[in-house]
Design a protein around this ligand. Structure first.
Ligand SMILES: Nc1nc2c(c(=O)[nH]1)N[C@H]1C(S)=C(S)[C@@H](COP(=O)(O)O)O[C@H]1N2
Ligand SMILES: [Mo]
Length: 201
């Protein structure tokens, strides 16, 4: 069992669970404002430098889970496709293309913003957004799209699945009480999130 399962980390699939997904044939299409749009295969993703960050996924529904998230920095992906200087937002699409969400490039470029494929050294399973998901500890969890199949580089903002249903467009983490999944769901009080000056609001 994966560590995320062992801790009883909630499994959110607002659009419905996708079922079994094939890691070895996974592809992520990167399109939009860039010089080298491309489809990145699992094998290509694994060739990028691996970054491991010890950080929390924090849900607006008031729980968070901490661990070592491993994957490729979104900054590395932006370099690989030669993103235009006009890019303002990254829009992520999950498998099935019902769930999408966008974040400012200023947040995506931060060191802990990843296309993640591991948690505590274990490959992410479908329940938790495997083979590859966004992991962005700076914003509410709904910005961390699971099982990503497409990334669009845009110069404008488009509200995503949850943003259209009332969650904030910024995804800025607010202070308050949270259930700490690492600690059996014990209440923990947090200050406003790690988001700082790079959130352009
Ligand atoms: N495709 C997809 N991605 C998603 C969601 C979802 O419902 N569908 N839920 C989001 C929300 S609200 C949170 S808090 C995290 C939860 O991640 P987990 O289900 O791996 O715990 O995934 C985010 N990414
Ligand atoms: Mo969430």
């Amino acid at each position: 069992m994966s560590d995320l399962h062992k801790m009883n980390t909630p499994i959110f699939w607002a659009e419905g669970h996708p079922g079994e997904l094939k890691r070895e044939s996974w592809q992520i299409e990167v399109t939009g404002l860039c010089q080298m749009p491309q489809s990145l295969s699992w094998q290509q993703l694994k060739k990028f430098p691996k970054t491991i960050v010890d950080a929390r996924l924090t849900s607006v529904t008031r729980w968070s889970v901490r661990g070592n998230w491993g994957g490729v920095q979104l900054a590395n992906i932006l370099e690989a496709v030669k993103a235009d200087s006009t890019v303002k937002y990254l829009r992520f699409w999950s498998v099935g293309k019902i769930y999408d969400t966008s974040m400012p490039i200023s947040v995506a470029k931060q060191e802990k913003s990843l296309l993640a494929y591991e948690f505590n050294g274990q490959y992410l399973q479908e329940d938790y957004g495997g083979p590859v998901r966004v992991f962005c500890p700076y914003l509410w969890g709904y910005k961390s799209a699971k099982s990503v199949v497409k990334i669009e580089l845009l110069n404008h903002y488009i509200p995503g699945f949850w943003e259209k249903r009332g969650y904030s467009d910024s995804g800025k983490i607010e202070a308050g009480v949270m259930r700490d999944i690492n600690n059996g769901g014990k209440i923990r009080t947090i200050p406003a999130g790690e988001v700082k000056e790079f959130l352009d609001e």
